[in-house]
Design a protein around this ligand. Structure first.
Ligand SMILES: Cc1cc2nc3c(=O)[nH]c(=O)nc-3n(C[C@H](O)[C@H](O)[C@H](O)COP(=O)(O)O)c2cc1C
Length: 366
């Protein structure tokens, strides 16, 4: 176990230690983006291009980072992004992550392709949890997954809309590495009654072969979202929205929220940075739904920028996974603690006395 004092403070150092701990192909899988990684780089460049405009001589002594997201008060506007197959970086995988998130009073968004089933994760941690759905090409399985999430106590469904198929990930292809094909993300399918019915009717009885048949849904469209809306009471968030038009459609379809995201640069390479998409989306939909954001958050000041451009809260991805790789549950918790403290200091120094007042007056393009 690493004491607080030796845990890397700098993101770059955290990534370096994680790299040292992980097999090369696993680190590449986590760190890389799709294609030439143009979007992966653009995500970070955008943060450097937007600059904060601090205000001084304001009383910031009563600042609280607490916010209400999806009706629940949480410690800071930070959620842990859905990251699949966490067992490849640490044997306790999502169980450790969910426990660390709960200790820091931040919600954990659990992936469809987790290494443990959603019920096992719910049993391990009583903190706030949401379920991320990769919409399968079989609506009965989609329904079953959502109903299981609802009964296991997950508080929202995040439907990832940018993954109708896997992005063209050149580094993984070069390494001939796919944790999915190694069966690292099958726990939720393995535990699913409807999927098991399908499996019992299949010829060779291989979970992975059967899962490959139904996992991706290139035909995913708004009618599927409407269907899910009709079968669950849980709030729905669409993850992967990048255009003002799609955000407006989400409002029209009565969706509770969106996650402005390009999947951390892992899906369509060459698409715009998530931060650059944010202001036009905010301008289009205003306060008509909850706007969450991810792709490129590394430090507290990044979160301040995303909030100033219109996000209500952010998802953080790779940083916590590196924390998990470095020191399991303790590593995730330490990373989250550091990010929260950095956020508090950055908000205070920007002259934000309450999260409610933070808006685009605080930011300008360099
Ligand atoms: C290794 C890895 C696995 C991921 N798995 C999923 C997943 O299962 N479902 C999903 O919706 N997004 C997944 N994502 C995307 C994240 O939810 C999030 O959009 C992205 O990591 C945010 O960018 P950041 O890593 O720069 O913070 C994954 C990202 C990484 C790095």
């Amino acid at each position: 176990m690493i004491a607080d004092t030796t845990f890397p403070v700098q993101y770059e150092q955290l990534e370096k230690v994680a790299k040292h701990r992980l097999p090369r192909e696993v680190f590449d899988y986590v760190q890389s983006g799709a294609g030439a990684e143009e979007t992966l780089r653009a995500n970070r460049q955008a943060f450097e291009q937007w600059k904060l405009v601090p205000r001084f001589l304001k009383d910031v002594s009563h600042l609280s980072t607490q916010v209400k997201v999806n009706g629940t008060e949480i410690a800071a506007p930070i959620l842990l992004a859905p990251i699949g197959m966490q067992g490849i970086v640490h044997e306790e995988g999502e169980l450790a992550t969910a426990r660390a998130a709960a200790k820091e009073d931040l919600p954990f968004v659990s992936s469809t392709v987790s290494s443990y089933s959603m019920e096992e994760i719910a049993f391990a941690s009583h903190g706030t949890k949401w379920f991320q759905l990769y919409y399968p090409n079989d609506s009965a399985i989609a329904k079953s997954l959502v109903e299981r999430a609802e009964s296991a106590g997950y508080e929202a469904i995040v439907i990832t809309v940018d993954t109708t198929m896997l992005g063209y990930r050149e580094r993984d292809r070069s390494n001939r590495y796919s944790p999915f094909l190694l069966g690292k993300g099958i726990a939720n399918y393995k535990a699913d009654p409807v999927f098991n019915e399908r499996l019992s009717l299949s010829k060779n009885g291989s979970i992975l072969d059967e899962m490959k048949k139904v996992f991706y849904k290139p035909s995913l469209c708004w009618e599927d979202i409407t269907y899910l809306r009709s079968i669950t009471k849980l709030p729905i968030y669409l993850k992967g929205i990048l255009s003002a038009e799609d955000a407006q459609s989400a409002v029209n379809f009565g969706i509770e929220g969106i996650v402005v995201s390009n999947h951390g640069g892992r899906q369509l390479d060459g698409c715009l940075s998530s931060l650059d998409a944010l202001s036009s989306i905010k301008k289009e939909v205003g306060d008509e739904l909850t706007i969450l954001f991810d792709s490129g958050i590394r430090r507290g000041s990044d979160i301040v920028k995303a909030l100033a451009l219109g996000a209500d809260a952010v998802f953080v991805g790779r940083p916590y996974l590196y924390g998990l790789a470095v020191d399991g549950e303790v590593g995730v918790q330490q990373m989250l603690k550091q990010l929260k403290e950095d956020l508090f200091i950055s908000l205070s120094l920007a002259g934000v006395s309450s999260l409610k007042e933070l808006n685009k007056e605080w930011i300008q393009r360099a």
